[in-house]
Each structure stands twice: as structure tokens, then as C-alpha cells.
Design a protein around this ligand. Structure first.
Ligand SMILES: Cc1ncc(COP(=O)(O)O)c(C=O)c1O
Length: 456
């Protein structure tokens, strides 16, 4: 007899991943039947029209096919040729060969320089070690690898924000650990509070859970909020007091929309505090920000305050899949090693980068204002990432799952119910991205309003 569902493990069956769940399946069905669908369910910028950065694609094209430089010499500025030459010189066999398990060393060196430059300043010098950097297929694989390492038994718990990005809940379930939710304070712009962290930890311990780590997503998905440096410091002190590792998901670090705001990383604050005992896993990705290269699967994990023998175990886990994909590693190189002022690609790169971020900023503002204009809606300011997570007031007894399905059927707008991310009992939300082009986004807000006012 062929394989049946009963042959599958409980962990697999209990794993859910809301952003590609049943509502999306229904949207695809409606699309096949000819209905226009506006996909606001997933942070996939290029699928909604964000243009790739030319520099990145030029370097990638040459990495894939070095002969192109001679065939179309005018197509490639000198700094692109130089980047491609560096890749050719450092990646034995080019992008068609496996690299070492951690990823190409010269890319990891570039990541280390990037972190040092990003985080140093105002009298603080942050350093990074290429041997503590692992190139991954998107940030997702890095997160999974850290969680794999930390979850050793069915009593092991990982603190995750509520609401959270379902990569965390899904992976913790799959690896057989315990998800320990801590609530974010919506009214205070989705910030973290020490009180909520203590409460979640105490309750979990009282149930016999061995809490091992805390995950923080900054800027937040689905919240669209950027954490204050005070909040980051508080998490580090909390982790230290309770012997927890920190997973800092910083994939939206260039999606910040407050004018003049500079992203503050966990690595920076850890260094400021001179903290040597709290283990930190931080993640970055080529999928978000102005690159938006979700399909290329580039990312990295940087690890701090972890002994060599643990690093060796991470390398071993990486080596099971041999290495991260090489084109993705090239993308990481472009992410962390962009054109510098004075180089031939710089002006175009700068204009494209700022064009993307400025357009996202305008869309974030339009969406938050538009949603707040709907009676029964309340949306916190969107200061980072790519999402809004408004509270919605629903008729007695109705759920956000029903609401989102009805919204889809009626308007073609595909959003994800709050239940997929977690929310306070008795509250209802949905997550929408800010990604549709600005005209379409105005239409989205108008249609949501019309739908909301008539739905019973
Ligand atoms: C918070 C967060 N972390 C990680 C990821 C994974 O991104 P990727 O694997 O494409 O780098 C996403 C994707 O949406 C995300 O929102």
C-alpha cells in the first residue's frame, strides 16, 4: 500500500505555516477561475513590482557566466567587473561548485567588515569574526539551524513574540520543542516589556519547560515596529539573568522609515554592554530591504559568545546540506559590499536604493493612515519592515479567519488572519503587506473599508 497520512509523524502534522495557508490556496483557486487577486499575504517585494538593483544583477550575471564581460563590455561598469573578478578568484570552480560548508570565506570576510562598519561609531568599536559567520539559503535556514541546535528535548522552550512570524512557531513544533509566547504591547507601538517577559518565563518554568532562548524580530514582522535601543538592552539583561541565548532576526534592518533613524543591532548593544556571556545568533537576508531578492535565497547567521566546539556543531549541521547555494552567496556579497561613493555604479545604486525605501516609506504611511480611517480599525504606525497588523473590531462571535476569507471572496484582497501569528485572546487582527504599488494600495484601502462597513 502507498504512503498514507497516518504514516507521517505528529510533529509534521502539527506544523502550520499561516502565510501560505488555506486562504492563500483559496486565492490561487479564485485566480485560476479568473478573479483578480491582490496578494498582500507575503513579503515578496519583486512579485509586487519592486525592481531589482542593477548592480546586484550585473554582478550575478557575470558570476554565472564570466564570458559575458567580453561579449558585452559596455554593459558592465568597472566596479562590477572588479566584484565579479573577486568572486571568480575566490570561488574555486565558480557558482557551479560547492563551497565550504560555512560559505565562501571571502564572502564571510566581507560580511564581517559590513557588521563592523554598520555597528561601530560614537566611541564603540564592534568587530566580527568571519569564522563566526555562516552563509545560509535565506535567513530561514539560519533560524532553523539555531533552533535545531537549541531544542534538545521536548521540554526545551523558546520564547517567541506574540504576534510572531510563523517560521518560529512552525520550526519549534517541527523540532519538537515548546513555544513560549511573550506578548508585545500593541498600545505602546508593539514594544517589549520586562513584565511580559518575566510573566511568560515564570509561567513556562512552572509548567516544567526548560526555557533556552528568546527570539526577537526587529524591525517586526507582523508588527511593522522598530524596537528602541532601551528595549534591546532590556532583552539582553533579561537573557543574561536567566541564562538564555538570543535569536535576533534583523532581516528588515534596512526597512526603517523614520527620517534619519539608524538601525541598532543586538550585536552593537551587546558590544556596548561589554557582554560576553549571552550567546547571540543574528540573521540577515537578501530577501528584504532594497534588494528584495527573495527568490535568490541569500542570507547569513552571525554567532557571538559561543565556544568553538558549538561552532563546530553548527558547521556540521550546515555540512549536511553541503553548503548554501552559491548564487545566494554572491547575493550576500553584493548586499554587504555595495558600490562606494566615487565608484562608477554608485550613483545608480544610490538612486535605486533610495527610490525603493522612499516608496516603501510613502506606502507605509498611506496604509497606516488609510486603515486608521476605517471605523473599528486601529493600526499602530508602520515604522519598519513591510507590514501592517491592525486590530479589527468584528461582529460578536465572528473570527478573523472568517473575516479574511470573506474579504478575499468579496474583494480579491489576500491577507493573513491574526490567528496565524498569535494575538491576545479576544482580539482580532490581520496582516497585510505594504507592498502593492501605491495606486493599487489606495484601492486596497478603499475596498477594505467598503467591505468592512458592510460585513456582518
Ligand atoms: C521576520 C522574518 N525572518 C525571516 C524571514 C525569512 O526570509 P528569507 O528566508 O527569505 O531570508 C522572513 C521572511 O519573510 C521574515 O519576515
Amino acid at each position: 500500500m502507498s504512503l498514507t497520512i497516518n504514516d507521517l509523524g505528529k510533529a509534521v502534522l502539527e506544523t502550520h505555516y499561516a502565510v501560505r495557508g488555506p486562504i492563500v490556496a483559496r486565492a490561487q483557486e479564485l485566480e485560476r477561475a479568473g478573479k483578480k487577486i491582490i496578494y498582500c499575504n507575503i513579503g515578496n517585494p519583486q512579485a509586487l513590482g519592486q525592481k531589482p538593483i542593477a548592480y546586484v544583477r550585473q554582478v550575478l550575471a557575470l558570476a554565472e557566466w564570466p564570458e559575458l564581460a567580453a561579449l558585452a563590455p559596455e554593459a558592465f561598469p568597472a566596479d562590477v567587473l572588479e566584484a565579479a573578478r573577486a568572486i571568480g578568484a575566490n570561488a574555486a570552480g565558480g557558482v557551479g561548485a560547492y563551497s565550504e560548508s560555512k560559505g565562501l570565506r571571502f564572502v564571510r570576510q566581507a560580511v564581517a567588515r559590513f557588521i563592523a562598519e554598520r555597528d561601530s561609531g560614537d566611541g564603540v568599536e564592534v568587530t566580527a569574526d568571519p569564522e563566526h559567520i555562516f552563509l545560509t539559503d535565506g535567513a530561514s535556514k539560519g533560524v532553523q539551524s539555531a533552533l535545531r541546535l537549541l531544542i534538545a528535548s521536548s521540554d526545551d522552550g523558546i520564547m517567541v513574540p506574540v504576534p510572531q512570524y510563523p517560521l518560529y512557531s512552525a520550526t519549534i513544533t517541527l523540532y519538537g520543542g515548546v513555544q513560549v509566547g511573550y506578548y508585545l504591547d500593541e498600545a505602546a507601538g508593539w514594544s517589549l516589556s520586562r513584565k511580559m517577559l518575566d510573566k511568560a518565563l515564570l509561567e513556562a518554568r512552572a509548567k516544567g519547560t526548560n526555557v533556552k532562548a528568546i527570539c526577537v524580530i526587529n524591525p517586526g514582522n507582523p508588527t511593522g515596529a522598530v524596537l528602541s535601543r532601551g528595549n534591546i538592552e532590556m532583552v539582553i539583561r533579561f537573557a543574561k539573568e536567566h541564562g538564555l541565548s538570543i535569536l535576533a532576526d534583523e532581516v528588515y534592518q534596512t526597512n526603517t522609515y523614520r527620517p534619519g533613524e539608524r538601525f541598532v543591532s543586538f550585536a552593537r548593544i551587546l558590544t556596548e554592554l561589554g557582554e560576553k556571556e549571552v550567546s547571540l545568533f543574528s540573521f540577515h537576508s537578501c530577501s528584504k530591504g532594497y534588494l528584495g531578492e527573495c527568490g535568490q535565497r541569500g542570507g547569513y547567521m552571525e554567532v557571538r559568545n559561543v565556544p568553538g566546539e558549538v561552532l563546530a556543531q553548527i558547521t556540521k549541521l550546515q555540512s549536511i546540506a553541503l553548503c548554501a547555494n552559491l548564487p545566494g552567496q554572491v547575493l550576500v556579497y553584493c548586499l554587504v559590499n555595495p558600490p562606494r561613493p566615487g565608484q562608477p555604479s554608485y550613483e545608480r545604486y544610490r538612486a535605486e536604493r533610495e527610490g525603493v525605501i522612499e516608496s516603501l516609506r510613502r506606502r507605509a504611511d498611506l496604509l497606516a493612515r488609510g486603515l486608521n480611517d476605517i471605523p473599528g480599525y486601529s493600526c499602530q504606525p508602520i515604522t519598519g519592515a513591510m507590514y501592517a497588523f491592525p486590530t479589527i473590531t468584528l461582529p460578536e462571535g465572528r473570527t478573523d479567519d472568517e473575516y479574511c476569507l470573506a474579504l478575499l471572496e468579496s474583494t480579491g484582497i489576500c491577507v493573513v488572519p491574526g490567528s496565524g501569528f498569535g494575538q491576545e485572546p479576544g482580539k482580532a487582527h490581520f496582516r497585510t503587506t505594504i507592498l502593492p504599488p501605491i495606486d493599487e494600495l489606495s484601492e486596497v484601502v478603499g475596498k477594505i473599508k467598503e467591505f468592512h462597513l458592510s460585513w456582518r
